[in-house]
Design a protein around this ligand. Structure first.
Ligand code: BTN
Length: 253
């Protein structure tokens, strides 16, 4: 096989020309008992979903709009760590296949020159405190042109094609993302979050920067200093106090 080098991930594949959201399709498949690594890939999504209730622009044939079923033997509370792990996998794959150096904005946006090229949406289902499955949704703006970006994304989003100056092979990139995800999941299961955390910090454009986050406890402003062991972002504020952020939308100064 020229492309897919995984043992499991992407071996069961549902390829759709158009769907509402690959997240919804993957969730149905997971509920029906489809195994770890089952992949749903769409050429176009009509109601692509982003984090925090936002929509995700998913025009036909230009991006990677895909969702992977994961069934790790883990507690439900490790979901945030899997989100960070997925960001590392995509960042590694983009570097390998396109040469574009993207950086991770906490928790899991990939930026090139300050503009977003990839978003990740991880949704998990639990049984008590155990993770039943989770769906890793990945949206990569691969070959979008400037005019494919709607007004509200102009200046905020970009694509790998725009960044690299040439059309990129979506199949090759998707296969590399799946390979990296499979490898990092093995690493996570054998050695825990620590090695993933180091990789994430290394690829981050967040650590060391001034940040502000609107969260449940109001506005947190300070310097991002690292990840804690659960995947939260540790911020040092002006008064010298440390705070850990677990959710919310981050602004980089
Ligand atoms: C974000 O940055 O807000 C997350 C965006 C996630 C988009 C992907 S595209 C494939 C999958 N299906 C969806 O509806 N959303 C995710």
């Amino acid at each position: 096989e020229r492309y897919l080098q995984t043992k499991l991930y992407g071996r069961k594949l549902q390829l759709l020309s158009v769907t509402s959201s690959t997240q919804a399709v993957a969730k149905e498949l997971a509920e029906e008992g489809e195994p770890e690594g089952t992949l749903v890939f769409a050429e176009q999504q009509t109601v692509g979903r982003g984090r925090q209730g936002r929509s995700w622009h998913s025009p036909p044939g230009k991006g990677i709009w895909m969702s992977v079923v994961l069934r790790p033997e883990l507690p439900l509370r490790s979901a945030p760590q899997l989100t960070l792990m997925t960001a590392v996998a995509v960042c590694q794959a983009i570097r390998k296949v396109t040469g574009v150096e993207s950086g991770i904005k906490w928790p899991n946006d990939l930026l090139v020159g300050g503009k977003k090229v990839c978003g990740i949406l991880l949704e998990s289902a639990g049984e008590d405190t155990r993770m039943k499955y989770c769906i890793a949704g990945i949206g990569i703006d691969v070959n979008l042109e400037q005019e494919d970006l709607p007004g509200h994304l102009q200046g905020i989003a970009t694509s790998l094609k725009l960044a690299a100056g040439q059309t990129q092979d979506r199949a090759e990139l998707a296969a590399e993302v799946l390979l990296r995800m499979e490898q990092l999941m093995e690493l996570y299961q054998s050695e825990g979050f620590q090695p993933i955390k180091l990789l994430w910090e290394d690829m981050s454009v967040t650590i060391g920067r001034g940040v502000s986050v609107a969260g449940h406890q109001g506005m947190n402003t300070g310097r991002a200093v690292g990840l804690d062991d659960s995947g939260g972002l540790v911020i040092l504020d002006e008064s010298g106090a440390l705070a850990t952020i677990f959710s919310g939308e981050l602004e980089l100064d």
